[in-house]
Design a protein around this ligand. Structure first.
Ligand code: NIG
Ligand code: FE
Length: 416
């Protein structure tokens, strides 16, 4: 057995005696915390924590955290971390006046990324994705979901998901994989969309399941992408293959995506920039989580999702980065937390709950990650010296992560 003791913690954030599976509504503003605390880790698990008066005096390794806070690692439940190339030329096109949808209609956007990915080897994709994974771990991310969706052919979708499987094998943090064959309709299927959906259902899904390449199935249900009826068909097929739904919805319009996601028992519906009373009512009826991606809204200059309205209605909001080359080229969860506060009027406590325990729930990892509780996996980060909790979202440009601990070991020493 090896033990690691962190002493003199200014504030131990999200320390739960009775772990909550998720937090919703008014409870989102409640963030359990202990001032002047210790945290004891044994092997890869949290063994105990509490006030410094009760601090054990022995451990294999002792870290003095004076002036610094300890947080549970971020849980980033929506990313497209595997991609072949950046898309800054489209960023400049948007500065010059084109919209995201206009770029997509001209064959840019997701189809641009798909062309590049189809030409890139599995090994090269793996190497670049591993660098990005290490980058976001350094920002404090301790659990992550990764989607396919830049393949759009049988071969290339499988290639992407095999890369994710290889990442899982070497990653010090848990990874959940999502099959997103229905991210865009390839140009050659433009006039025969159903043939592409047949390909997704009849060829891609069986292979994905046979090779055990994904836990979830995603569809981009929005104006100009997949319709409600198409989404419904794909999600019903996915369910037959044992793949649960986590979908893109209502980024570009009131698409009906939220309702079709809820009707299919989706774990989460993500984006939700276009959310009104009907969508909120549907979310309140089902158990589907609303996942908001404010760095995407920020980067594309589209409306921010109405987080305040959702929380005030009693919903459990989740925050994630959407890290991808087209609409959110950043995997930094602390920036997402800042934007949630600045642009969606979420309180720091609400944003941190949304980015930790609720993110874990959106990946079905809440029993082992997302908070500091006895028995949970010891994935935490130590901040730099900061005056208060609110300083974290306030200082939006600073990197306030001083040290990362994964599975009870200081990272990068735990790096493979
Ligand atoms: O979540 N909205 C759909 N998919 C991604 C963007 C993909 C891209 O532009 O490459 C998203 O924003
Ligand atoms: Fe996305």
């Amino acid at each position: 057995m090896s033990s690691l003791l962190i002493r003199n913690i200014k504030t131990l954030v999200q320390a739960e005696t009775n772990p909550r599976p998720l937090v919703k509504g008014a409870d989102m503003a409640v963030l359990p915390a202990i001032n002047n605390a210790f945290l004891l880790i044994e092997n890869d698990r949290i063994a105990s924590f509490g006030a410094m008066e009760r601090c054990p005096d022995r451990a294999d390794q002792i870290v003095d955290a004076a002036g610094r806070m300890v947080f549970p690692s971020w849980c980033d439940s929506h990313t497209h971390l595997v991609f072949a190339a950046s898309r800054e030329e489209e960023f400049v096109d948007r500065i010059r006046g084109l919209t995201y949808e206009e770029i997509a209609q001209r064959g840019g956007g997701i189809l641009n990324s798909a062309r590049r990915l189809q030409q890139t080897s599995e090994d090269d994709l793996f190497e670049s994705a591993l660098l990005r994974l290490h980058e976001v771990i350094g920002y404090g991310t301790g659990a992550i979901e990764i989607k396919s969706g830049y393949g759009l052919t049988l071969e290339s979708e499988l290639k992407m998901l095999r890369v994710v499987k290889r990442l899982k094998a070497v990653s010090p943090i848990p990874i959940k994989a999502t099959f997103l064959g229905a991210h865009a309709v390839p140009a050659e299927y433009k006039e025969r969309r159903n043939d592409y959906i047949d390909l997704i259902i009849n060829d891609m899904m069986p292979k994905v399941v046979e090779e055990n390449l994904a836990e979830y199935c995603d569809v981009f249900c929005d104006r100009g992408f997949y319709t409600v009826a198409e989404t419904d068909r794909i999600l019903k097929a996915a369910a037959r293959f044992g793949l649960k739904a986590k979908i893109h919805a209502n980024e570009l319009d009131y698409s009906g995506g939220v309702q079709v996601g809820v009707a299919n028992g989706a774990i989460s519906v993500d984006h939700l920039e276009y959310t009104g009373d009907a969508e909120i009512a549907a979310l309140l009826e089902g158990g589907t989580l609303p996942t908001l991606l404010p760095s995407c809204a920020f980067f594309l200059g589209i409306p921010f999702a109405p987080a305040r309205k959702m929380i005030d209605a009693g919903l459990p909001v989740v925050l994630a980065t959407d890290f991808n080359p087209g609409s959110s080229p950043s995997g930094r969860m602390s920036l997402v937390v800042s934007l949630a506060c600045l642009k969606m009027n979420m309180l720091p406590e609400e944003a941190i709950n949304a980015a930790t325990i609720n993110g874990a729930r959106a990946m079905e990892l809440e029993a082992r990650f997302g908070s500091i509780a006895v028995g949970k996996v010891a994935n935490v980060f130590i901040s730099t010296p900061i005056p208060s909790l609110a300083y974290l979202p306030y200082a939006f440009g600073s990197n306030l992560v001083d040290a990362v601990i994964l599975q009870g070991k200081m990272w990068p020493s735990s790096r493979q």
